[in-house]
Design a protein around this ligand. Structure first.
Ligand SMILES: Cc1ncc(COP(=O)(O)O)c(C=O)c1O
Length: 391
């Protein structure tokens, strides 16, 4: 039966009353620290463009050159005739960069996660996920035929006990860098458990790829894990890489299996070839311009030192994601609005993205922020009335 229109209205009203209503903001700028949004010039601290590549002239040029040659749309799925030479080369270059045999492109990270998990997890098996994993991983677990168990955040003892009870364990799945908290998974412990229980370990490194590790290959590089220990590596290209899409990297059989059976790979149009061409340029810059990672680290240090000096409730994160926990959705919204009045955009993250009473301001930093801009943010945060109450 059709959903009762009154229920829809009631839901919308309830979202407003509970300070959970969301609206897209209208941007008329390229992605960069100072943007023109909803008709106002704002200094932004909410993008995932951690290396400042989304608006890099070399990416734009690579995109334009490929678009002139191949047009805009890919026209079909990879398995029909949409698999362009730019896709193929990007897959090969990602495989080399991540130290894996093969890589497979998906149009979004959400689709990479849905397709991969649904293809690998069978009925009668259990998949294990960190409670704070990204929504796309949780949805993938729900949509798969397997049973899902969510272990408390980074609690390997709890996971080990549960694994010991389970007969058919299929996958352990974790975010590399947790998207709303900014802390990292401890991968070697998970790899050991996966090996002991003969299950896959899948790492979603959406927020680590490009920014962590000496060459930018991500958390597996930073924590020195082999492809044997992390056989399924996923990352998105829409964050530090500054383009769009995502990949799964792994051994030959895994990739061949996904080509045959990941429905979000088979039954969808391939990403535009020009996006893949821009992605190839981005991979090159990630490797060649290590100063971007160094600058980002410097910015993180400056922000944390300043925030600690003002007594702001920081979370234990050393990554570009620096949330400030405020508790209620109302307070988070108040803080965000007060910052907005000062020309600074930091988004309030509220349930269901985070647990109830754990609403926060999610500050994200980029290599393209200047020291002065970070100082401006710190000054504005320190003077927030509501922020002084939560300290
Ligand atoms: C950890 C994580 N995984 C997956 C995704 C989904 O990636 P995409 O935006 O490419 O769909 C995101 C965010 O968007 C994310 O933060």
């Amino acid at each position: 039966m059709k959903k009762d229109p009154h229920l829809i209205q009631q839901f919308l009203l309830q979202q407003q009353e509970q300070h959970l209503y969301r609206r897209p903001r209208l941007s008329e700028s390229a992605q960069q620290p100072v943007m023109y949004i909803n008709g106002k010039q704002l200094l932004t601290f909410c993008s995932n463009d951690y290396l400042g590549l989304a608006n890099h002239p070399k990416l734009t040029e690579a995109f334009q050159t490929a678009a002139k040659k191949y047009g805009v749309g890919s026209g079909a799925a990879h398995l029909v005739n949409g698999h362009n030479i730019e896709h193929q080369l990007l897959e090969e270059e990602i495989a080399t960069f991540t130290g894996r045999k093969r890589a497979l492109l998906f149009s979004t990270g959400y689709m990479a996660n849905l397709g991969t998990i649904a293809a690998l997890a069978e009925k009668g098996e259990t998949i294990f996920q960190d409670k704070l994993n990204h929504a796309s991983l949780i949805d993938a677990g729900r949509l798969s035929d397997a049973t899902m168990w969510r272990y408390p955040h980074n609690d390997h003892d709890n996971l080990a006990k549960r694994l010991a009870r389970q007969e058919a364990s299929s996958m352990i799945i974790t975010d590399g860098v947790f998207s709303m908290d900014g802390d990292c998974a401890e991968l070697s412990g998970l790899a050991t458990l996966a090996k002991q229980h003969q299950c896959w370990l899948m790492v979603d490194d959406a927020h680590g790829f490009g920014v962590l590790g000496a060459s930018g290959a991500g958390l597996t590089e930073a924590q020195d894990l082999t492809s044997d220990q992390v056989p399924i590596l996923m990352a998105t290209l829409g964050k530090a890489a500054g383009t769009a899409g995502a990949f799964i990297a792994g051994d030959n059989d895994l990739i061949e299996y996904l080509i045959q059976s990941a429905r979000t790979y088979v039954f969808t149009t391939a990403m535009p070839p020009a996006i893949a061409a821009a992605g190839r340029m981005s991979l090159k810059l990630i490797q060649e311009e290590s100063w971007r990672r160094e600058q980002l680290q410097q910015n993180i240090k400056q922000f944390r030192q300043g925030a600690e000096a003002s007594g702001l409730p920081l979370m234990p994160s050393n990554t570009a994601i620096q949330p400030i926990m405020v508790g209620s959705s109302r307070t988070a919204l108040d803080c965000s609005e007060q910052l907005l009045a000062r020309g600074i955009l930091v988004t309030a993250i509220r349930p269901p993205t985070v647990p109830k009473n754990e609403a926060r301001l999610r500050v994200t930093l980029s290599a393209s922020h200047t020291a002065l801009q970070i100082e401006q943010l710190l000054e504005a945060l320190a003077t927030l009335e509501v922020m002084q109450q939560v300290q």
